[in-house]
Design a protein around this ligand. Sequence first.
Ligand SMILES: [Zn+2]
Ligand SMILES: [Zn+2]
Length: 207
Amino acid sequence: MIIKKLVVGPLENNCYSIADEITKETLVIDPGDEPDRILELINENNFKVKYILCTHAHLDHVGAVPDIKKETGAKIVIHRDEYEIYKRASEQAAIWGYELDPLPEPEIFISDGDKLEIGNLKLEVLHTPGHSPGGICLYGEGILITGDTLFAGSVGRTDFYGGDIEKLKRSFKRLMSLSNKVKILPGHGPESTIGKEKESNFFFYEI
Ligand SMILES: [Zn+2]
Ligand SMILES: [Zn+2]
């Protein structure tokens, strides 16, 4: 498994490319901004992008979807409960003061328990609402992609449209039930592990 991370845009979103070493089939996660840098990384590594997955549809996770879609033709994947926010990306952009064309329609709506196959890699969808209604994590191959549900030392805000603190608590508990060794790749900030978060995440002591 190859994991490449780029930190993109003013909100410093982590955009991950996860590729199967042999087939070079690739999943691009949360292309939020700076499409040229993301495409350069894809081309440099000869990645064949199969899916573009958004852990949720806040602007900092979807802003570069149109360009990556155009250049790679990969299928766009989101959770159905996130569609409403996804459709309103241009409105989100206007609030931040810039223009964004409407996003291309998603081709695949995923649900809890679905599996994405990228070459020989298998990642399972965990629906983890709370930060946003259709927020998901991806789990498998020893890693957990957490979007804005879980960060090193903290969790995502719940004061945006569709946020829900009670749901976030349930999602957090579910993630903490995974093995301590699982490596966390969050939507912002540094990596962590489930074990570390059990010791140091402030939210662990609040629920
Ligand atoms: Zn977010
Ligand atoms: Zn974010």
